[in-house]
Design a protein around this ligand. Sequence first.
Ligand SMILES: NC(=O)CC[C@H](N)C(=O)O
Length: 304
Amino acid sequence: MPDFQVILESIYQDAINASDKGIVASYIPELEHIDKNNFGIHLRTSDGKSYGIGDYKKRFSIQSISKVLALSKAMELIGEAIWERIDVEPSGHKFNQLALLEIENGIPRNPLINSGAIVIADILVSNLKNPKEDFLSYLRDLTGDNTICFNKDVALSEKLTGFKNYAAANLLKSFKNLQNPVDEVLDFYFHQCSIEMSCSQLSNAFYLFANNGRCLQDKLHITDGQVKRVNALMLTCGFYDEAGEFAFEVGLPGKSGVGGGIVALLPDKFVISTWSPGLNKKGNSKLGMLALAKFTTKTKLSIF
Ligand SMILES: NC(=O)CC[C@H](N)C(=O)O
């Protein structure tokens, strides 16, 4: 086995010394103030070891990373019926692009772009008794960590500036692919995006996707077949129009968020999470992508 701590250490040194750290997302005003010098990386291996360096215990806005966790909860609730309302193809466009949704009659390309995640939010609103509380409980169950919370200021900031998400939700509604009121679904969606977690909490939450659907608390949540679907979607759609680049450079299923987080995993082997708030032009963490490319290159551990 490679010496993971030594490898993480060298990745960390490269990251903190990098001259170009990307640009922090400013379209959600509440995220604009985050210092782009933060950098954390955390690895949890399937044989029970955990390694971290830098700001890996500091919480940040998980944003679109929440889409994977919302999808797995929806799978647990309604299974294959999801695919009557959402496709499973990469979009090749930005996460909030609207044109395809209209051309394709209100069927989002996949559950990891905004329109698809809004349909998943609608499914959760329809099927959970107290959607926001129950979703939070799900994350707390996965990790055994009751400190995971929403950031109300971020949720409000998204609500006040989420014009494109309102447009997507209204388009979905016009195509009858939203069962609940637009405001109710978006309130849930903005809250799920506002959830704050650290790299180590994210590695723990995603552990079930590297462990045949069984979470860190040893509870079975989704089947092997469902894990296969989630990981396939992360590989092909987890980085929007940069999914190809991530597969090419990193070679792992993963998911990014505009808060600068990335989680990736190798089934039966490990989950790895990075946080660096500066984004590249495609809206993915610049140094996070580089860090993960270095990790799989140095360790020779990828799905390929
Ligand atoms: N890519 C992202 O992380 C986007 C999530 C963000 N909350 C949005 O809806 O725009």
